[in-house]
Write a new protein. Structure first.
Length: 162
C-alpha cells in the first residue's frame, strides 16, 4: 500500500478552509484628558469649549472622556469600561456621565463598586464613615444593551488636581 503524502496537506487545508469564520466584536478604547475654557465667539458671546489639557495646576478641573468603538463585525455585549482615577486627582462626586450606561465607583482599589452614597470607608481610628469624592479610586460604566458593530459611545467623569 502506498501513501501519497502530498495529498494529506491538501486534505488538511481543505478542512481548515471549510471551517466557519467566527465573527466577533472588537472594542477599541480611547481616553482623553480635557479641560473647559471660555472662548469668545464671532458674535461676541462667551462659550465653553473643551480642549486637551496641556498643563494643570492644583485646583484645575480635568474632564476624562473614554470613547469606545466596536470595530468588529458583531454586536459587543456586556461592555464594561473601568477607569482608575489618576494619582494626584480627586474625583468630583456625581460627575460620571454616559448615555446608555450605568456608572458606579470604587473606594477600595476596584475590588467593589457601587453608588458613592452607598459606600463606606474606614477612618484612621477604625470607625466607618460615608465615602466622599476624594475616596474614589476607580470609576466604572456598564453599557446597557449591546454596542452594534461599527458604532461607538463615550463615558466621562471630572476630577480636580490635588
Amino acid at each position: 500500500m502506498k501513501f501519497h503524502f502530498s495529498v494529506l496537506p491538501r486534505v488538511l487545508l481543505g478542512a481548515l478552509l471549510s471551517l466557519p469564520v467566527v465573527a466577533q466584536a472588537e472594542l477599541v478604547l480611547k481616553s482623553e484628558a480635557l479641560q473647559e475654557v471660555a472662548v469668545k465667539g464671532k458674535d461676541g458671546k462667551v462659550q465653553k469649549k473643551r480642549q486637551a489639557v496641556t498643563t494643570a495646576t492644583p485646583g484645575t478641573e480635568v474632564i476624562y472622556v473614554i470613547t469606545y468603538r466596536n470595530t468588529g463585525t458583531q454586536p459587543a455585549n456586556a461592555v464594561v469600561v473601568n477607569n482608575p482615577i489618576p494619582a494626584g486627582m480627586r474625583y468630583q462626586a456625581g460627575s460620571a456621565e454616559g448615555a446608555g450606561a450605568r456608572s458606579e465607583v470604587s473606594v477600595d482599589g476596584g475590588k467593589q463598586y457601587g453608588a458613592l452614597e452607598t459606600l463606606r470607608v474606614k477612618n484612621a481610628d477604625g470607625t466607618m464613615r460615608p465615602a466622599r469624592g476624594e475616596d474614589v479610586t476607580h470609576a466604572r460604566w456598564t453599557v446597557l444593551g449591546a454596542v452594534p458593530a461599527g458604532k461607538d459611545g463615550s463615558v466621562s467623569y471630572r476630577a480636580v488636581v490635588k
